[in-house]
Design a protein around this ligand. Structure first.
Ligand code: SF4
Length: 148
């Protein structure tokens, strides 16, 4: 799949930089750590569909709870339970300072590619804050939720 190809390239580029992840879970506690996760509509719909197929589907109520506690609906303690579906923003973010310079560049390149995938498939490009987008996608008709 096209998005998977972008993700594989990102993984390769990250491997070359070699940042350390201590699995602290900080990157998924947005409010506590003062950052925001953004994703495109296709990425959000893809994550929802993959997690649903793996038995880890979420509801609009799960998103509301996540918003209340300042995190992500797929965070379980310090771990992510949406590994296969998580968007580019989760794949490029590292607290290791060695990733500091390369991450914005990788993220920008990846999102240009994702935008092109939207265009290729004639899917309107919508990009926004993760939980807001999840809420929008979960409120959509089932046939708008695609596997990408
Ligand atoms: S999808 Fe996973 S990695 Fe991304 S914010 Fe949610 S729990 Fe964290």
């Amino acid at each position: 799949m096209a998005i998977e190809a972008v993700q594989l390239e990102i993984a390769e580029a990250i491997r070359n930089v070699g940042p350390i992840c201590l699995a602290s879970g900080s990157c998924c506690r947005f409010e506590a750590h003062g950052h925001r996760l953004y994703a495109s509509g296709l990425e959000v719909a893809r994550c929802v569909a993959i997690c649903e197929s793996e038995g880890r589907g979420i509801t609009a109520e799960d998103v509301a709870s996540a918003l209340e506690r300042g995190g992500c609906p797929w965070q379980d303690g310090r771990l992510c339970t949406a590994r296969a579906g998580r968007p580019i923003g989760c794949r490029v973010y590292f607290c290791d300072p060695r990733a500091g310079e390369v991450v914005p560049r990788l993220a920008e390149q990846a999102h240009q590619r994702i935008r092109a995938i939207h265009d290729e498939h004639g899917i309107e490009y919508v990009y926004g804050e993760w939980r807001t987008m999840l809420r929008d996608v979960l409120g959509a008709e089932p046939d708008l939720v695609v596997g990408g």
